[in-house]
Design a protein around this ligand. Structure first.
Ligand SMILES: Nc1ncnc2c1ncn2[C@@H]1O[C@H](COP(=O)(O)OP(=O)(O)OP(=O)(O)O)[C@@H](O)[C@H]1O
Length: 312
C-alpha cells in the first residue's frame, strides 16, 4: 500500500503538490493521471524520497520509503529515464545493482528473462533502443521482487508491441498481489490498463475512483435513436423536455431523457424504434469534463478573490 497524507510541495512560490491525500491498494493497477505540470512526477519523487515534502507524508507499506531496512524490497520504481552506464551490458548493470543492495545475483537472470532481455543480456546498454532501455529500467525496478511498483510514464515513446508488453506486465504484477502505481497522461492507455484512477490537477486531488465510476459520473447521458418516424418522435421528445439533434434522416441524438423514457414514449405513441443506444463517455471525455470543471472552479475562485481584493 502506498499512501499520501496531505502531501504538499512548494518550489519557491510555486505549489507543485497541494494537500494531496490518496491510497494505492495492492492487487490492482492504479493509474496516476494529470495533465502536464499537474504534479505527478513530484508526487512520485516524494514517495521514493527523491524530493522532500514541504509538509505532509508519503508512506510505503506504513513507513517512509527511506525508513525501511530494505526499501527496494518494498518498492521498485522507474522514474524518468534511468541513468545507465552506456558501456555496461544489461547483465552487468543489474549485477552491480544487486550487489550494491545485497541481493542474490541469481535474480538478475530471472528479471532479464521476465522483461524479455535474456537474449541481449551481454550487449551494451548504450546500443539499446528506447524500448529495450525501458525494459532494462523495469528489470532494475523489479530486481528485489518488490511488493509495490511505481512507473512514471512507462509507455512514452514505445511502439505498439512495447505498449502491449507493459500493459500485460502491469496486470500480471497486480494479479500477483503487488501494489502498482503507473503515471500517464494517455487516457486511452489508462482506460485499458488501470482498474483504479487517482487524478490530479494543479497539484490537487480531482478524483480517486474506478474507470467505470468516473465514466458513469461524468456520463454524457446521450441516447442514439434510429426510427422511421424521425420527425414525429423528435417533436414528441422535445415536448417532454429533451434536446434533440440529428445528422441524418431517421437518426436522433437525444439529451435529457433516459433510453427507458424514450422507449416508453415511443411505445405509447406507437412509433417504431429500430435502435436505442445509450452513449457511453470515453475515459478521455470523462477526464476532459472533470478537468474542465476543475479549471473553471479555480478560475472562479481566483476571480472571486480578485473581486474581494478590489472591494477591500
Ligand atoms: N525542481 C523543480 N523546481 C521548480 N519547479 C519545479 C521543479 N519540479 C517541478 N516543478 C514545477 O512543479 C509543477 C509540477 O511538475 P511535475 O513535473 O511534478 O508535473 P507532472 O504532472 O509530472 O508533469 P509532466 O506530465 O509534464 O511530467 C510544475 O509547475 C513544474 O514546473
Amino acid at each position: 500500500m502506498i499512501e499520501a497524507q496531505a502531501l504538499t510541495k512548494y518550489f519557491g512560490d510555486t505549489v507543485a503538490v497541494d494537500e494531496l491525500s490518496f491510497a494505492v491498494r495492492p492487487g490492482q493497477v492504479t493509474g496516476f493521471l494529470g495533465s502536464n505540470g499537474a504534479g505527478k512526477s513530484t508526487t512520485l519523487r516524494m514517495i521514493v524520497g527523491l524530493d522532500r515534502p514541504t509538509s505532509g507524508t508519503a508512506t510505503v507499506n506504513g513507513r517512509r520509503y527511506a525508513d525501511h531496512a530494505a526499501p527496494l524490497r518494498e518498492l521498485g520504481s522507474l522514474l524518468e529515464a534511468k541513468s545507465l552506464h552506456k558501456r555496461r551490458t544489461a547483465r552487468s548493470h543489474l549485477l552491480a545493482l544487486a550487489q550494491t543492495h545485497g541481493f542474490s545475483t541469481g535474480r538478475v537472470d530471472e528479471v532479464l528473462d521476465l522483461v524479455g532481455l535474456g537474449a541481449v543480456a551481454d550487449r551494451r546498454a548504450g546500443s539499446f533502443s528506447l524500448g529495450m532501455g525501458q525494459r532494462l529500467g523495469i528489470a532494475a525496478a523489479l530486481i528485489a521482487d518488490p511488493a509495490a511498483v511505481i512507473l512514471d510514464e512507462p509507455v512514452n515513446g514505445l511502439d505498439p508491441d512495447g505498449v502491449l508488453w507493459i500493459r500485460t506486465l502491469l496486470k500480471e504484477l497486480a494479479a500477483e498481489g503487488r501494489t502498482v502505481l503507473v503515471s500517464s497522461h494517455l487516457m486511452s492507455e489508462m482506460a485499458v490498463t488501470a482498474d483504479h484512477l487517482v487524478i490530479i490537477g494543479r497539484g490537487r486531488l480531482l478524483a480517486d475512483t474506478t474507470v467505470a465510476e468516473l465514466i458513469a459520473r461524468v456520463g454524457v447521458g446521450q441516447v442514439l435513436v434510429r426510427t422511421p418516424a424521425g420527425t414525429e418522435l423528435r417533436e414528441l421528445l422535445v415536448r417532454h423536455g429533451a434536446t434533440v439533434s440529428s445528422d441524418e434522416a431517421g437518426l436522433l441524438i437525444v439529451n435529457g431523457l433516459t433510453a427507458a423514457a424514450i422507449a416508453d414514449l415511443a411505445l405509447e405513441h406507437r412509433y417504431a424504434v429500430h435502435e436505442l443506444t445509450p452513449q457511453r463517455a470515453s475515459l478521455e471525455q470523462a477526464y476532459m469534463e472533470l478537468t474542465r470543471t476543475a479549471v473553471e472552479y479555480t478560475a472562479d475562485e481566483t476571480a472571486q478573490r480578485g473581486q474581494a481584493e478590489v472591494a477591500a
